[in-house]
Design a protein around this ligand. Sequence first.
Ligand code: V47
Ligand code: SF4
Length: 395
Amino acid sequence: MKPLESINEKIKLLDENQADPVLRSIGEKVLNRERILNEEGLILFEKASLSFSGALANFVRESLHGNKTYFNRNFHIEPTNVCVFSCAFCSYSRLYAHRDEGWELSIEQMMDLVKKYDGKPVTEVHIVGGVHPKMNLYFFVELLQKIKAHRPDLHVKGFTAVELDYMFRKAKLSVAEGMKILHEAGLDSLPGGGAEIFDEEIRKQICEDKVDAAGWLDIHRHAHLLGMHSNATMLYGHIENYAHRVDHMDRLRKLQDETGGFNTFIPLKFRNKGNDMSHVAESSVVEDMKLYAVSRLFMDNFPHIKAYWPMLGRQSAQLTLSFGVNDLDGTIDDSTKIYSMAGSEEQHPSLSTTELVALIKQVKREPVERDTLYREIRNYKDMDLAAMALSPLYN
Ligand code: V47
Ligand code: SF4
């Protein structure tokens, strides 16, 4: 069979009803592993059936990772929810004037959290919180040094670009200088938070006063220049439209072309409880799956697409594994409040290794434990769930 005929056959298999020539040409590009343009991303959002985008996204996902679905064993530290900013979608933060309603952990308290995991097989701590006016760069340098002195092999993924931008400006340091200091103190990689939606008009309405798109991208660029990896998020399903999503992904794709430093793209579903945007309805499961599929198709230079189960709920997270997603983040151990406070169905997000492996096996994928940099630690494909459930190693 000639290559084009074979592609047409594949598209026919993807969706018998999909006769639209523009969609067919996008499908051909994807099957040939060619980059799709911004306007083609928009067409996928606007015109494609869920089955068409989903099947194509699954093709890309399986070409890159086969059946493997990654997860890690991790916990969070949220140093504080006191924040100088007041993003309209945030249910978690409290202004400094109301800090009695929130929490402010000392270094000793955070080290006690780290020590709680002594002897346990976690590989990553994710540090993220509000932007506290008094927790400065040197406070976090001390924390990082103490974590590394206590447990050198624990990967520290910490601080959104929003927290870093504030820390560096307050310390009167350039991004390059500030990043180097934190990296030398023990910061291994950056999480993807704070990106929200890059479009300036939308940003003005949902998070006006924090770091802008150019600043967010510049911080990640500097991290990549130091050899650090990072993730990127997109807060979706609120007042943005499809074009804003495509623009957001395009800016990330361009930086990734430049540096190659991003590991994972993480779409975060807007949850509407207890914040100033509670009047905005949450997106439907169909819209969620469509977004994951289009993300996989558009972000062709991002190796991984992650569904963050504490935000999405574990059932939707399982579904995403058929729509382009190949990573579910981690065990979490009920150590984050950002999503439960915003109304996620996961009010105490915690999954044992056995439970995570079972979730992945239920949808016939292959569970693979990874470290933060996606080095494989263990493949659970042939592990017996009943035996795992009885072992303290996995519960
Ligand atoms: O930037 C806050 C989001 C992010 C809400 O890099 C909300 O591995 C939905 O970025 N509805 C912080 N989302 C968390 C984050 C993250 C999470 C997990 C893994 C990684 C990673 C990064 O949480 C914020 C914001 O976009 N957020 N409030 C809300 N109501
Ligand atoms: Fe502060 Fe982050 Fe909440 Fe914005 S999203 S108010 S920066 S904690």
